[in-house]
Design a protein around this ligand. Structure first.
Ligand code: 0WD
Length: 259
């Protein structure tokens, strides 16, 4: 019997088959989880690219697929209403979302615009609060929320720029949420992944140099694979991790320990 047999949850952040959320979803599905998924609303309803890409991946097993821009309260309400209708209660929420406008992301933090800062923080950090406040109303005791972060939230990583500031805020938010939701029986954790080529990461400058550093200097002298991130994400959301909350678990071939 799979670790997620009878378990139900929501997955936010599959953009395509390179997405980290997809790597985790494949492991959750293999362990028997039932899931509802969201995608960014398509700008042109005549050409629903985002929806089509997601549908192609999860069509065989999704319970539902809904558009959701995390900046839109009505979208968020609709997703959690649907989850309640479909599942009653849920066991997990995967938050695998980040965004910063290209002009702000490419440049130094001291040049970030006020609007760019607000937008990046809202989508990359506040969105977790939006999900948590709704999730706690339908999470089962023992349920949990997992979010994705990167080492650039703990240390200065050249090229990571404003996203590093967002990840710092996200990691702190995870700790506060873990403390607040713990007494209700819920866990909140972060998975800090090494660099993987995805739509989002291709916008981060110096990405290729980052992966080379992992191959040369991490304790394992290599980078990680999507499958490794997927398996650890699945573990953290499973009952096997029932004693883990407020954690920031690095799946980065050990790179974070290096000076
Ligand atoms: O190396 C990497 N790829 C790492 C990524 C290393 C460590 C952490 N991460 C983090 C990212 O910062 C992010 O939090 O993992 C998370 C997932 O990122 P990903 O899998 O690398 O990127 P991607 O496949 O692009 O998924 C992120 C998705 C968006 O994709 P696009 O590329 O279309 O922006 O976040 C979603 C969207 O699906 N997203 C939103 N969802 C709802 N509302 C919004 C929004 N406003 N904006 C972005």
């Amino acid at each position: 019997m799979g670790l997620f047999e009878g378990k139900k949850g929501l997955v936010f952040g599959i953009a395509n088959d390179h997405s980290i959320a997809w790597a985790i979803t494949q492991q959750l599905h293999a362990e028997g989880a039932e899931m509802g998924f969201t995608h960014l609303p398509d700008k042109d309803p005549e050409r629903p690219r985002m929806e089509r890409r997601l549908r192609k991946l999860v069509d065989d097993f999704d319970k539902f697929i809904l558009p959701c821009d995390v900046q839109n309260e009505e979208n968020l309400d609709a997703v959690f209403a649907k989850a309640k209708e479909e599942f009653g209660e849920i066991d997990f929420v995967l938050h695998s979302i980040a965004y910063a406008p290209m002009d702000d992301l490419k440049g130094p933090v001291h040049n970030v615009s006020r609007d760019g800062f607000k937008l990046s923080m809202e989508i990359s950090c506040y969105s977790l609060i939006s999900l948590a406040s709704r999730a706690r109303k339908i999470l089962k005791p023992g349920g949990n929320i997992l979010s994705l972060t990167y080492l650039g939230g703990e240390k200065v990583i050249p090229g990571y720029n404003i996203m590093g500031v967002c990840k710092s805020a996200l990691e702190s938010t995870i700790e506060y949420l873990a403390n607040e939701l713990g007494p209700e029986g819920f866990r909140v954790n972060a998975l800090s992944a090494g660099p993987l080529k995805t739509l989002s990461s291709s916008a981060v400058g110096e990405f290729d140099q980052m992966t080379k550093l992992y191959e040369s200097f991490s304790p394992l002298r290599r980078n990680i694979t999507p499958e490794e991130v997927g398996k650890t994400g699945m573990f953290l959301m499973s009952d096997q991790a029932s004693g883990i909350s407020g954690e920031n678990l690095h799946v980065d071939a050990g790179y974070h320990i290096m000076g």
